[in-house]
Every structure is written in C-alpha cells, then in structure tokens.
Ligand binder design. Structure first.
Ligand code: FES
Length: 91
C-alpha cells in the first residue's frame, strides 16, 4: 500500500510518509517526531498514533519498542467553552 495513503495520526492528518520523512531527517525519538510533525499532539494525545510511530521508529532504527515508547503522555483534552471555564453556564 502507498505510504502516502496510510494515515498514522488522524488528529493531525499525518501519513506514514510524513513519519518516515521525519525519521530520515534525523528524528530518533518519539519526542523529536512529535516536535517536528505534531504527531501525538491532537485531541487524543497520541493514544492511537504514538504506538504506531514507535513501531515505525523501532523498525527504522533497530531499537526495541520498549526503548522507544516511554515519553510524556498527557490526559486527553476536549474543547471547552470559555463560559464553561468561567462558570457562566452554571448561572
Ligand atoms: S491520532 Fe495522533 S494525536 Fe490523535
């Protein structure tokens, strides 16, 4: 299958080709790939894509996946209205 058609990060609309380009440009960690591509920074915070990127990074570098996976994973986000934060919807 064409690597341009394989979606890795649906939140940030990144394909396997985008991830492979980041790796070929010198990214060797998940953090570097996140900073270069924004992969893992969407609403799901990488729950779907980061394991896929780790597998690709493992394949490309020959390192074990357990060496690659630990990185900062934050809880999922969801959009909030400013009024909700300010408590305006409660009266
Ligand atoms: S799929 Fe990559 S951040 Fe959601």
């Amino acid at each position: 299958m064409d690597e341009e058609k394989i979606i890795i990060c649906r939140c940030e609309d990144l394909t396997l080709k985008d991830i492979r380009e980041a790796i070929s440009q010198g990214c060797t960690t998940l953090e570097e790939i996140k900073r270069v591509t924004r992969c893992g920074m969407g609403p799901c915070q990488g729950r779907t894509c980061l394991p896929l990127v780790a597998a690709e990074l493992s394949r490309a570098t020959g390192r074990g996946i357990e060496e690659i996976l630990p990185c900062t994973v934050r809880p999922p986000l969801m959009p909030l209205k400013m009024g909700t934060i300010a408590g305006a919807e409660d009266g």
